[in-house]
Design a protein around this ligand. Structure first.
Ligand code: HEC
Ligand code: HEC
Ligand code: HEC
Length: 481
């Protein structure tokens, strides 16, 4: 009698679980007939928006004491990691979804990480089943095809079927060779000269190359770059190499294009200090050779802000760095990387690094929080110096509260050459930067030394080639000198 009762309890429990799961699952049927809508149903049916929306309504139990603080943190960190409400809205409006968001969703599905365990323990069946996973992966493939073709079109190069297929299956794509796309060589040559021309600065001492020397990875190697009269700025100079792939320029995205960007430093009082472009035009117009060079490229358009920055932009389009060992590996040469480096790449993907450091240049595609799982305030507190306007990131440009401490993700190409790291140039080594990333931006705060070492070994394979990488930088103020 007693035994029977004991057996009955688990039996009843199991039946209850099956009935409950059946109810849950039947409520989660995918009814839409196109892939985009099916994907949206997967997100909506599995409670993903509960933690990945700006202002979700908590479930009743999430409001209970103790539980509420747990869930509040999950909802905050989830929203900081990816805004799925925005993704759904973009799909419904027929817009393209940012490739970083696409890759985050892909990786969470591959890892079977979402929803986080505290949630799926309560919401049975909220982990994606096989057919839901298939929907997500098909949707990801479609999104990535659009992304890869968009880049090819923008930069003007033809991609064969095999390259396209390889590009779609990885979060990171092979770096194209500048010889494969259209460049106006004369315009680029004029841009090269202007890039080294100190007449772009008011006291004729500073050129673009002063802060972005081409033979030093396109960076000056100091925490903060020095402008005219030895004035020091407040943010680390990113590389000019591969900047052409950035969705927007600057850490806070305030320039839309390379030409827009190039109009900034000459008038920045700390950097080059001109009052207006008219002063620069006057200096250049006084130089006969310069006038001729502009005429050759621009006909009678003459020397102007638009023609100066246009030529610099054309030159910067050449500053891409193909054929790193990692690119050779992506192109199918598995022997190009050691076993340790390949493991490093796998860890880089598994730990979500490749979801923000994504695309051809492994960054530059999105603005992301410094501190998705640990607050940026902790970062600044440990740094020990006051938070400046430069530290606010995208917020400083948009003024939107949700953009506070979001930065354009730095690209990791040639990372070995571009120390110090982070927007505030406070990290001297790749190891330090990788550890900070793990702690602030992933769910794995304390990686083993082995993991860090392998990822760093992998990052060292990202150094590519460019004819200007050993160009002798002599800032001058005469064309061709
Ligand atoms: C209870 C809250 C919660 C729910 C529900 C939830 N997530 Fe998350 N999600 C988080 C948190 C917290 C993070 C931050 C990383 C971490 O802690 O694992 C995150 C991170 C992510 C990321 C960024 C990559 C990463 O893991 O760092 C993706 C993508 C994601 N979630 C997708 C989903 C999807 C898809 C669903 C629905 C199937 C979902 N999430 C449901 C809390 C949640
Ligand atoms: C005094 C040093 C200095 C000079 C001179 C200078 N830069 Fe910069 N450059 C910087 C710093 C610092 C940043 C980052 C500023 C920010 O994001 O707020 C930057 C950002 C950039 C970026 C954006 C890269 C990215 O990933 O967002 C490009 C491109 C660039 N500079 C090109 C140029 C060009 C072209 C010139 C000459 C017209 C030039 N720079 C002159 C220091 C300098
Ligand atoms: C949620 C997006 C996100 C994830 C995930 C992420 N990063 Fe970052 N990473 C950033 C942002 C944003 C910065 C710039 C932060 C700053 O400078 O304040 C950055 C900076 C870096 C830098 C410094 C680069 C430089 O030139 O200054 C390195 C190195 C780096 N990340 C590596 C990694 C590694 C390795 C991982 C995985 C463990 C990772 N990141 C995961 C967004 C991310």
């Amino acid at each position: 009698m007693k035994n029977k009762k004991l057996i009955a309890i688990p039996v009843v429990l199991v039946v209850a679980i099956i009935v409950y799961a059946a109810i849950m699952l039947s409520g989660r049927a995918i009814t839409a007939d196109n892939l985009n809508d099916q994907f949206v149903q997967v997100i909506e049916n599995n409670g993903c928006l509960q933690c990945h929306a700006a202002d979700p309504e908590p479930f009743w139990y999430q409001k209970m004491p103790l539980v509420s603080s747990l869930f509040e943190k999950d909802m905050t960190n989830g929203y900081r990691s990816v805004d799925l409400e925005k993704v759904v809205a973009q799909i419904q409006a027929g817009e393209t979804v940012n490739i970083a968001d696409v890759s985050k969703i892909e990786q969470a599905t591959l890892n079977n990480d979402m929803p986080i365990i505290e949630y799926s323990a309560v919401h049975w069946g909220s982990n994606l089943n096989a057919s839901e996973q298939q929907i997500v992966m098909d949707w990801v493939a479609g999104q990535r095809t659009t992304y890869v073709q968009g880049i090819a079109e923008e930069i003007g190069y033809e991609m064969d079927e095999a390259t396209l297929a390889a590009a779609i299956s990885e979060p990171v794509q092979i770096m194209p060779n500048p010889s494969d796309y259209d460049i106006d060589p004369e315009k680029a040559e004029l841009g090269l000269a202007l890039f080294h021309d100190t007449r772009l600065s008011a006291d004729l001492t500073v050129s673009c190359a002063t802060c972005h020397p081409l033979n030093n990875g396109g960076v000056d190697g100091s925490q903060f770059a020095k402008g005219i009269a030895s004035q020091v700025g407040g943010i680390n100079a990113p590389s000019v190499y591969n900047a052409v792939f950035n969705v927007q320029q600057f850490w806070n995205g305030r320039a839309a294009t390379l030409a827009d960007q190039a109009a900034g430093p000459p008038l920045n009082p700390v950097e080059m200090g001109h009052e207006s472009f008219d002063d620069i035009v006057a200096l250049l117009e006084a130089d006969e050779e310069m006038v001729k060079a502009f005429e050759k490229v621009y006909g009678n358009e003459g020397i102007s802000q638009a023609t100066i920055t246009g030529a610099i932009e054309e030159f910067e389009r050449l500053l891409v760095t193909p054929n790193s060992r990692f690119d050779q590996y992506l192109a199918g040469d598995t022997g190009a990387l050691t076993a340790e480096e390949i493991e490093g790449y796998e860890l880089f993907k598994k730990n979500y690094c490749a979801t923000c450091h994504v695309g051809v240049s492994m960054g530059g595609q999105s603005f992301e929080k410094l501190g998705t799982v640990v607050d940026a305030a902790v970062y600044y507190e440990e740094r020990g110096t006051e938070i400046s306007g430069d530290d606010q990131g995208l917020y400083g440009f948009t003024g939107n509260e949700e953009d506070m401490y979001k930065f354009k993700v730095p690209n990791l190409r040639n990372i070995e050459l571009t120390a110090p790291y982070m927007h505030d140039g406070t990290h001297m080594t790749m190891e330090e930067a990788v550890r900070t990333m793990f702690r602030f931006n992933t769910a794995n705060p304390e990686p083993t030394d082995d993991t860090v070492n392998k990822i760093v070994a992998f990052m060292k394979t990202l150094t590519g080639e460019n004819e200007y990488m050993d160009y002798v930088n002599v800032p001058s103020n005469k064309l061709g000198q």
